[in-house]
Design a protein around this ligand. Structure first.
Ligand code: ZN
Length: 251
């Protein structure tokens, strides 16, 4: 496997190597320790005893940049000697993602088939095919599609119940608002709502569709929302307490 380019995470004092440094090899942070030694004639590198980092012994006068460049040039050597657990390229395998309020463990799969699918039994899993490096994008694409489906269904339902029409529905990655409704009747939602419990996504749709009728947050607006969406209080409380977690996923 060819090694990906190294990225410097910590710039040691250019005058002399000092303090901790890190190399990023295959997405793994590898700790580097420098030790100046008056007797050293050249830079000597060895693995830490636990196999999880490296130690560089450097002659006096070696600049931090030179020491770092030397360590970087040995990435292949370091990678081969890292403890097996640290040799795994960093992936999302084993981490989990919440979909409709249920936690799914990310499970890799090989062979042909749907790139991403949900498996509920025997335990909730999100099965993802293909290379580890594309996993993140595949999962995000999948979640956006699922989000659009749920958002369209709920918005259509509320539009019918409230006897209004919307012109367009867009799904975005908004940070400040879960949804919005324009004066021309375009509904916009955050795809991250797919991770929340279904009642939360549903409420956001009721809220935005109600804005087609009431472009404000006055009593009549809230009457309309509460009349059509019985879990409004639950969803508003949930968003207040847990909304920020939807931005904190490994995606
Ligand atoms: Zn509103």
């Amino acid at each position: 496997m060819p090694l990906s380019p190294l990225k410097r995470l910590f710039t040691p004092d250019p005058g002399k190597p000092d303090g901790p440094d890190r190399l990023l090899i295959e997405g793994r942070e590898v700790p580097v320790r420098y030790r100046a030694n008056a007797q050293a004639r050249r830079i000597i590198m060895r693995m830490e005893k636990d196999g999880r980092g490296i130690v560089l012994t450097v002659p006096p006068g070696t600049s931090g940049n030179a020491a770092h460049e030397f360590a970087s040039s040995q990435a292949g050597w370091i990678w081969q000697r890292l403890s097996p657990a640290d040799q795994q390229p960093e992936t999302l395998i084993g981490s989990s993602v919440t979909i409709r309020g249920i936690e799914y463990v990310i499970e890799p799969a090989s062979g042909r088939g749907t790139p991403v699918h949900i498996r509920d039994l025997p335990s909730p899993q999100l099965v993802v095919r293909g290379d580890a490096e594309h996993m993140r994008r595949r999962i995000t694409d999948f979640l956006k599609r699922e989000a659009r489906r749920d958002l369209e269904k709920a918005s259509r339902g509320y539009a019918q119940a409230m006897q209004v029409d919307f012109s367009r529905l867009s799904v975005r990655d908004t940070t400040s608002r879960w949804g919005s409704c324009s004066s021309t009747g375009t509904l916009s939602y955050s795809w991250r709502l797919i991770m929340a419990p279904p009642k939360v996504l549903d409420y956001v749709c009721a809220h935005e569709v109600a804005h087609i009728e009431q472009m404000n947050h006055g009593p009549e607006f809230w009457n309309l929302v509460y009349r059509h969406c019985p879990h409004t209080d639950f969803a508003r409380t949930w968003l207040k307490r847990h909304g920020h977690t939807l931005h904190k996923l490994p995606l």
